[in-house]
Design a protein around this ligand. Structure first.
Ligand code: NDP
Length: 313
């Protein structure tokens, strides 16, 4: 243990639509890619329900099922798909080095990063302490546990709107806390929330603390205009305030923007290091769709193939 080294031509890190698509293309280009799935094989789509906007599924498809299909397709093309988490990288010289689960050392001529993004948290002590005991960042995963109960959700984007609507079908009341006097969500999603009678909206509202000893029992919020605080009894508290890119292990090696999104040369998947490519949500804060992630995974595989060909591989 500790110094097992394996050399591959193309290493893919991450297993959402971007990673799997890169694996499909790289396999078909005979790059014999090895893909490490990370701790959440299939990525964010595995914690969603119905996907209605991915072309080719006229009746819609369940997110987890779609990711199983992507994986099967990548395997059928010959990709070597493995469970494991990249914990450290060294891109300073070639071959690039990537450590898996802190023990296995992979050497690769080209690396495709498809590590995606993760949910953001408010940063309250109580939120961390009660995580898993009534606090969740995924209504679709955990809403079921709060059937027939009162819950709260914080956020005002499309995710919060979608999740509030989802919860409204399971829970008696959904208290929705919006920090400004307007929502960021698209008009259609805002209308859906506003027209759902058991979603109660609170504008200019800040979450001060989630209350409860061993599980969530209430939340204390503050109206930032009147400065009045109030407590609302709830059983579940959902956080839906956006995502952050999973790029920590690449810090100091790859160029990133101020929020950690990996920078790619526009119109390509190329990072500042030749031979290292990025695709999907880890480099996209604008579109963040399964189909755009898949498209960028395809780009990364083609860019990697051309890079490797130019290197004489
Ligand atoms: P967004 O970044 O769009 O929205 C995050 C929301 O959380 C904002 O309303 C923001 O408030 C609020 N927020 C951020 N930090 C805090 C905080 N500390 N306290 C309280 N509120 C906070 O993220 P989403 O995940 O909603 O959406 C991401 C992308 O995915 C978007 O482009 C969206 O359109 C897309 N999407 C599309 C869907 C669809 O079409 N069906 C479904 C889900 C997502 P503020 O507005 O004040 O900044």
């Amino acid at each position: 243990m500790g110094n097992e080294i394996e050399k591959v031509s193309c290493l893919i890190i991450g297993s959402g639509p971007a990673g799997y698509t890169a694996a499909i293309y790289a396999s078909r280009a005979n790059l014999h890619p090895v893909l490490y799935q990370g701790i959440q094989p299939g990525g964010q789509l595995t914690i969603t329900t119905e996907v209605e906007n991915y072309p080719g599924y006229p009746e819609g498809v369940q997110g987890p099922e779609m990711m199983v299909d992507f994986e099967k397709q990548a395997k059928r093309m010959g990709a070597d798909i493995r469970y494991g988490m990249a914990t450290k990288v060294d891109f300073h010289s070639r071959p690039f080095k990537v450590w898996i689960d802190e023990e296995k050392e992979m050497h690769a001529d080209a690396v495709i990063i498809a590590t995606g993004a993760s949910a953001k948290w408010l940063g309250l002590e109580s939120e961390q302490r009660l995580n898993g005991f009534g606090v969740s960042a995924c209504a679709v995963c955990d809403g079921f546990f709060f059937r027939g109960k009162e819950v709260a959700i914080v956020g005002a984007g499309d995710t919060a709107a979608e999740e509030a609507h989802y919860l409204s079908k399971l829970c008696t009341t959904v208290h929705m806390f919006i920090r400004r006097d307007q929502m960021r969500a698209s008009k259609i999603m805002q209308d859906r929330v506003k027209n759902t009678p058991n979603i109660k909206m609170y504008w200019n509202t800040e979450t001060e603390e989630i209350l409860g000893d061993k599980k969530v029992e209430a939340v204390r919020i503050k109206d930032t205009v009147t400065q009045q605080s109030q407590e609302i009894p709830i059983s579940g508290f959902f956080v839906a305030i956006g995502h952050q890119p999973n790029s920590d292990i690449f810090k100091g090696q790859l160029d990133m923007d101020e929020t950690g999104y990996i920078k790619t040369i526009p119109g390509t998947s190329k990072t500042n290091i030749e031979g290292v490519f990025a695709c999907g949500d880890v480099q996209d804060k604008n579109y963040r769709q399964a189909v755009t992630a898949a498209g960028s995974g395809c780009m990364a595989a083609i860019d990697a193939e051309r890079f490797l060909a130019a290197q004489g591989h």
